[in-house]
Design a protein around this ligand. Structure first.
Ligand code: FAD
Length: 513
């Protein structure tokens, strides 16, 4: 009897294993039979590329890469995976330009959707009193800039680097020096087309399917794939006055930054960065002043001191040069920077917005672009920025040679609290970005341990800091990150992606098998 039961059990388990193996091995075949305009690629090189990102530290190998030629290709694929049910292990990651830092656009053994293949869809610009542009979710911001400029228009809110996709930045927030006035990019979207985790194609805006609209904005790809977006535009200038001034006193620096973000019309772009014992090329990756300029602010000798550089830009057209210059002088005269440290230049609007790309080309030529990037980005409440600066710039960070350290304030009122992004609960908060590149394992180790010390200090001192482009490894940490928003975040996930198929690389939810 015992022998009979044992034999039966072995037979039963073998059947299950064979069935499971059959299911897994038949998945690529079942994907291949889907009616698509684009195609699935199983090419080794394609899979290898989809397993990498700008951060250059995390690698998850997908089973296949979808190159969609239509929104329907994406919907059909996700619906198929949804229909396989919870017993299938397949997940789906939309990959924009792959400029994530910790594998956020990757899917181990899953499907990576190469969103840039969707760029067959037209960029449509609409003028009038409230101009806007309709674009594909896989479109690069640099291309949108060039297209909209043909109509004398441009998006209002940017990131510092434009070779990123619309879907990629809207899944985070999209923050740069224009955010003090217009809010992040997620505050400048009017409507979107989304493919949800069940394969439905849904149009959404504030008025129509508003819950999905706000879930997706800053939603880390958790609720749907952005296939189209309507972005607000403004009249574009042709030229930019680009100014940098230095401070040795942090209080004077932040006081001026905060004064300027309230002086609505003074400047069109306000950022800043920290200089501490800087040397080397990596300092300059973010922007390069006209080489004809006598001295460059970022090369200023800090002699061991910590300096703070306020970076400003004023947009203008040639015929306004005189009055813009007078206006700038007036505003600068009210600031308390070190008088001998005024650096200014004039560049075209495109060169200003695309400034990081110029540095990218230089760094690539020296093999310094495709290195590990252990970045840390934080939102810090204004009331705690001095404590933070004292400890972090005073004690933890010894030099800023391995990449820029950005610091600038924004208004909470320009961020819509219905979106999924998490920010500090204070009217003004600072974005502080440690954008390090590492040239070897020792340096990487050093930067990672510095990041850890910064995070530990923030936690110990209860600064109310939130990570931007967040990365956590446990759901408890995510829960803490989202705080009171966690319940609604979870609820939204259960509505729009109930099987947790989407964006597994964020590591927030795992597919329920
Ligand atoms: P990916 O890395 O491909 O994807 C990011 C996440 O979004 C993934 O989870 C992915 O699954 C998801 N996703 C991608 N496309 C879609 C879609 N269509 N629908 C739904 N989900 C999608 N950020 C700022 O805010 N301000 C800056 O100034 C700034 N500067 C940067 C400079 C550089 C050099 C780099 C490398 C990054 C910078 N970033 C900045 C960060 C950047 O905004 C994010 O890393 C962004 O996610 C990158 O866009 P991507 O198209 O490469 O997205």
């Amino acid at each position: 009897n015992i022998l009979f039961i044992k034999g039966f059990m072995i037979l039963f388990l073998s059947c299950i294993t064979i069935r499971l193996n059959f299911c897994i091995s038949s998945i690529p075949f079942s994907l291949k039979t889907l009616p698509l305009e684009g195609h699935f690629s199983f090419d080794e090189l394609d899979l290898k590329n989809a397993a990498k990102d700008f951060g250059n530290r995390y690698q998850s190998h997908p089973m296949t890469v979808l190159h969609p030629k239509s929104v329907s290709d994406i919907a059909v694929t996700i619906k198929h995976i949804w229909n396989l049910g919870p017993s299938s292990h397949l997940t789906v990651a939309a990959r924009g330009h792959g400029h994530s830092l910790q594998g956020q656009a990757q899917a181990e053994e899953g499907v990576v959707i190469n969103m840039e293949s969707l760029n067959v869809e037209e960029i449509k610009v609409y003028g009038g009193e409230f101009p806007y542009v309709d674009v594909s979710g896989g479109e690069l911001w640099i291309k949108i800039l060039h297209e909209t400029l043909k109509y004398g228009l441009a998006p209002r809110s940017w990131t510092d680097y434009l070779h990123l996709t619309v879907g990629g930045t809207l899944s985070n927030a999209g923050v740069s020096g224009q955010a003090f006035r217009h809010g992040p990019q997620i505050s400048n979207v009017q409507k979107m087309e989304i493919v949800t985790g069940t394969g439905e194609v849904v149009n959404c805006s504030e008025e129509q399917n508003g819950e999905l609209f706000y879930s997706v904005l800053g939603g880390l790809g958790q609720f749907g794939i952005i296939t189209r977006a309507r972005i607000l535009l403004e009249p574009a200038p042709t030229m930019v006055k680009w100014i940098r001034v230095l401070y040795s006193d942090f209080t004077a620096f932040t006081k001026d930054q905060e004064k300027l973000i309230f002086a609505e019309k003074a400047f069109d772009y306000i950022e800043g960065f920290v200089i501490k014992n800087r040397t080397g090329l990596l300092n300059n990756w973010r922007l390069s002043f006209n080489p004809q300029d006598p001295v460059q602010a970022s090369k200023f000798k800090s002699d061991g001191r910590t300096l703070f550089c306020l970076e400003l830009a004023k947009y203008f057209n040639m015929e306004e040069t005189l009055e813009v210059n007078q206006d700038i002088q007036k505003h600068l005269s009210h600031l308390n920077f070190i008088p001998s440290t005024l650096f200014q230049t004039e560049v075209t609007y495109v060169d200003f917005l695309d400034r990081v790309h110029i540095s990218e080309v230089k760094l690539r030529s020296k093999g310094l672009w495709d290195v590990p990037h252990p970045w840390l980005n934080l939102f810090i409440p204004k009331s705690k920025i001095h404590n933070f600066a004292e400890v972090v710039f005073g004690n933890i960070v010894k030099e800023t040679s391995n990449g820029p350290v950005l610091i600038y304030p924004v208004h909470k009122s320009k961020w819509d609290k219905r979106t999924s992004v998490v920010i500090p609960d204070e009217d003004i908060f600072y974005l502080v970005g440690f954008l390090a590149s590492s040239s070897g394992p020792d340096e990487l180790e050093h930067i990672l341990s510095q990041n850890k010390r910064i995070l530990e200090y923030c936690e110990r001192a209860h600064l109310g800091v939130k990570q931007y482009l967040p990365h956590y490894t446990t759901q408890e940490e995510w829960q803490t990150h989202y705080g009171h928003k966690w319940e609604i975040f979870k609820q939204r996930k259960s509505i729009y992606d109930p099987l947790a198929i989407l964006a597994p690389g964020q590591g927030i939810f795992s597919k329920s098998i």
